[in-house]
Design a protein around this ligand. Sequence first.
Ligand code: ATP
Length: 471
Amino acid sequence: MEKIVSLTKRRGFIFQSSELYGGINGAWDYGPVGTLLKRNVKDAWWRAMVQDREDIVGLEAAILMHPMVWKASGHVDGFSDPMIDCRTCKKRFRADDLDGAICGQKPSKKPGKGGQDFCGGDLTEPRSFNLMFETALGPLSDTSAKCFLRPETAQGIFVNFANVVQSSRVKLPFGIAQIGKSFRNEINPRNFTFRSREFEQMEMEFFCVPGTDDAWFEKWVQTRWEWYGQLGLKKDRLRLRPHEKLAHYSKATTDIEYLFPFGWGELEGIANRTDFDLRQHQRGVRTLPAWQKEGGELTGLPLADEEAEYHKGKLSYFDDEKKQRYIPYVIEPAAGADRATLAFLCDAYDEDGAPDANGKVETRVVLRLHPRLAPVKAAVLPLLRKDGHPERAEALYKDLRKRWMVEYDESAAIGKRYRRQDEIGTPLCITIDHQTLTDGTVTVRARDSMTQQRIPESQVASYLQDLIGLP
Ligand code: ATP
């Protein structure tokens, strides 16, 4: 992991947020190539989930939402982690995530066992800690102005369910997909970008007819599992983990996990959320007048009204075929853009040997990223900084960059320039030399095999297109 963290900093993938001021815990900045990589991950998700399907539409909801949303969804009362303090070293830990937690002052007692003994310190009883960041809307800071930074993008989808149904031609089963920032005041942000306080999610809520939900759940687990494999993650570092203990809203949940250098970690959770969220918002809307009367303070939502009442509410769906109104069930594949990006980086990292200018084999660091995810698709390199090489190379570069992210580099010895591109995962290097000027051919060098081949300059674009496949 240290090697990956250091490469990502050195090459401009990921920097610590506010590093200039000593950093801030749990927030990360993506540098020039990291931004491209993460954008490619999100684009690949969007293509698979929205563009390449007829049954899913997109949405971009605001981060700030009405506070009642979080009351109704259960986050105000229940979105918390058990927190414990160590009286010896004053550090805070998540009580359900003590594996590897070590008291800063005392040596651990039973390494590998997990739990209190491993921590070694003098621990308090767990206390519940709500993970939502609070802020205030406008200049008033009384309770009615209180609002939250969203801890998940999903609720923005649920509260827009009726808007989407009314404004587009969607019919059950259909999905609404969204990519966006979420915020959680994690007790213990760690493992690089894996657990951050500000992160980006890629979530889709798939609404279906009650009774068809189990089959759709299985289908989505399979579809999402395949997506990671198609983009190159090694199958033996991926696993499915069905949950035994379920969240209050869930009928079934399966996580897709990846074997990071620090151990298995969740990339994505697929949950059968039943009709829980739409029902809760139906209740939330009914409760709103009371909530406003009490100045934004409300201890609970009223008990469920008559079953029949729900079916008439704003968030129910009229089924034309069945001539019936009901609340759909929801299957949710919820992925993290930062975690996926980190997994692709870890999986791609490799070291092998490459000969230097004198033929001596040196260690080469190479990111074997899937070409679709590679931040830069090709580098155009004039062999010399004279004899017309730069002009010819620049013309090719300007032509290719209209279609792809391409770099031009004339700065160092050719071997060094190759190495730099290997480190950021560029699949192809195109070299212009004296022969190009006489017969119009260029050398293309493949990142993974390091093999070189001469092809006509006029074929470079189609060669690259074949290599990358879909954008
Ligand atoms: P964990 O158990 O790791 O805290 P979770 O089960 O609470 O995660 P979900 O609520 O299912 O996570 O969120 C869906 C996805 O959002 C996760 O699979 C993950 O990819 C991403 N995600 C959640 N919390 C974080 C975080 N703190 N930092 C980065 N990504 C996150």
